[in-house]
Design a protein around this ligand. Structure first.
Ligand SMILES: NC(=O)c1ccc[n+]([C@@H]2O[C@H](COP(=O)([O-])OP(=O)(O)OC[C@H]3O[C@@H](n4cnc5c(N)ncnc54)[C@H](O)[C@@H]3O)[C@@H](O)[C@H]2O)c1
Length: 315
């Protein structure tokens, strides 16, 4: 059985990733400071350490007491708007925690690292074209800047790595009690679901014209399984963009959400938001080729909208 450390495993994507890896027989240790994660998101079969990754000497205990075969480093602060309001907090937390993970991986000879990066690193540099792994990178918010710096630290680390750049992760798995739990979350489909439950208007920035590529959280979790299986088998240094390759405006998503769930959303149009790129759609050619990957859903966007509202009704 392979022994895997997952940072941020109490968070939204982390808890879904833990769930799938446990089903595939991996032994999982989670470290998370529970700043945005939840104990209820931590599967009972995992070993959990409530640790802040910035506290390297405490984090080191997890490495001393386990021989990990690989690390999946998801822990980060991950909200664009918050990062524009408090850039230092984002740069300090995300960069130093990645640096600490790299140093401990090297010290304890854990040679394989999978890292969660983000499509936000591309900024507005690529116009209305789907972005490839080698497309121009120019983040326009501190969150994106922190991810670019972390990617560079990992590339220079000498470790084997797979950097996964997720596009907009959305949806839930209500049967497994997996979904967004933090009240801080501002993701669009989550906000639409909360608006239905709480009967409030939804503010739509930039006249609803931002285009994004939404990918279901279970598909993202499944990509981690593929990445682990891949990195276990060979030495590799790969960067992979993770999305469906389909762009939707905010208003497209509102319409789809209303149609799929037979609800009506009241929207308020708001200003363009500092730090939000206009168009981010994934060129997923490499994802499909390298992992023989395809979505596990026949209609992913419908599933995202349905599962997100079902999850909010359950909570
Ligand atoms: N959600 C998305 O759409 C999306 C898109 C692209 C990339 N990502 C990346 O995916 C990863 C997971 O995102 P998420 O949506 O699950 O967010 P999340 O906030 O739900 O999970 C992040 C987890 O990291 C933990 N954490 C943060 N800083 C920590 C620290 N210093 N020490 C210990 N734990 C710490 C939090 O408590 C939380 O449980 C992040 O790296 C994020 O940047 C997310």
């Amino acid at each position: 059985m392979k022994n895997i450390l997952i940072t941020g495993g109490a968070g939204y994507i982390g808890s879904a990733t833990v769930d799938i890896l446990l089903r595939y027989g991996y032994a999982i240790t989670v470290v998370d400071n529970l700043f945005r994660g939840f104990l209820s998101g931590i599967h009972e079969k995992t070993h959990f350490h409530s640790v802040d990754l910035l506290q390297k000497n405490i984090l080191e205990q997890a490495f001393k007491t386990n021989k990990f075969d690989a690390v999946i480093h998801l822990a980060a602060l991950a909200y664009v708007k918050e990062s524009t309001e408090n850039p230092k907090m984002y740069l300090d937390n995300n960069i130093q925690s990645t640096q600490n993970i790299i140093e401990l991986c090297k010290k304890y000879e854990v040679g394989k690292l999978i890292f969660s990066s983000s499509c936000t690193i591309f900024g507005n540099e690529n116009g209305d074209s789907p972005v490839k792994e080698e497309s121009r990178i120019k983040p326009i918010n501190p969150y994106g800047e922190s991810k670019v710096i972390c990617e560079n630290l990992i590339k220079e680390s000498g470790l084997d790595y797979i950097i996964l750049r997720y596009f907009n992760v959305a949806g839930a798995n209500p049967e497994k009690q997996l979904g967004i739990k933090t009240s801080f979350a501002s993701h669009l489909v989550h906000a639409l679901s909360r608006a239905v439950i709480t009967d409030i208007d939804v503010s739509i920035n930039g006249n609803g014209s931002y285009v994004r590529d939404y990918i279901h959280v279970d598909d993202v979790a499944g990509i981690h399984l593929k990445a682990l299986q891949y990195i276990e088998q060979q030495k590799c240094r790969e960067i992979i963009n993770c999305g469906y390759g389909e762009g939707y405006t905010v208003l497209d998503i509102v319409n789809k959400f209303e149609q799929v769930n037979s609800v009506k959303i009241r929207i308020k149009k708001a200003e363009f938001r500092v730090g939000d790129p206009q168009y981010l759609v994934c060129d997923n050619t490499k994802l499909k080729k390298i992992f023989s990957w395809r979505s596990s859903f026949s209609k992913p966007l419908e599933h995202i909208c349905k599962s997100s509202l079902e999850w909010e009704k359950l909570r």
